[in-house]
Design a protein around this ligand. Sequence first.
Ligand code: AMP
Length: 298
Amino acid sequence: MGVRRPTVVRSRAELSEALAAHRATEGGVALVPTMGALHEGHLVLFDRAASLASCVVASVFVNPLQFGSGEDLDRYPRDLDRDVDLAGAHGVSLVFAPEAREMFFDGEPRVRVSPGVMGDRLCGRFRPGHFEGVLTVVAKLFGIVRPAVAVFGRKDLQQAALIRRMVSDLELGVEIDVIPLVRGEDGLALSSRNAYLSPAERSQALGFVRALTEADEAFRGGLSDPEGLLARVREVVAEHPSLVLQYSEIVDADTLDAVEAVRAGSVIALAGFVGSTRLIDNLVLGAERADPQVGSHA
Ligand code: AMP
């Protein structure tokens, strides 16, 4: 395909060297933080980053700080060779894939970035410490890579809002770009965790998408009471015996505050389980454009 395989760097020293050479001659660096097991949602982030900067760094790091006890840190899918090929085909020039001991050279960080009140909402209520782990590592990656811009996905709505807020509150000087949520051809939000689903579970999981879509239809039909819309979500989910809804809320996308009167642009977000797999999804209510869908099932 004539695509250059990205350089894979495992240490911050190698990364600094590669970036210094680039910065001296070409300028802007974009960072796309990932946990690997790449799917087409990630590839849209890389394409976007490549349109914003001359050098795209993708980090591939399964961040232990963001997994709680009993979560899937050990079985989280990992395939660095495949990730590097995919990233290279989408404009990534450097893949930074550190081991945990390279990231936390003198043990886990004692000083961490607190997500504050925005971290107590939505997923934060059920995953204590998760967003602190995310922000601490993202801040560290910003310090290591010093990108002009970093690209994230709305799939992780709360993460994107917290990172934007961290950058503005702590004045970190990184532009944050958030892309829409990318869905598979059946409508399910693409996620590395979809690999855990059996075909039967995947088709049940579509109940979450239907619940969001039906709430959106009710909103477009004139219902703007959040409780009424959320009741619709709960009803649709309840029609699927293997789904368990953890939460559903309608929030302002920037502040994550629950909205009293829903307006176009408010976001309906949910998390739930299909068997032992936890999935998240969200939809911008009354959006002019539907979420992008790709032809793959990942
Ligand atoms: P992860 O590897 O799951 O930590 O995700 C890395 C980045 O990709 C995050 O900014 C995610 O929000 C983003 N991402 C993951 N899945 C999707 C998706 N289906 N649509 C858009 N962005 C996504």
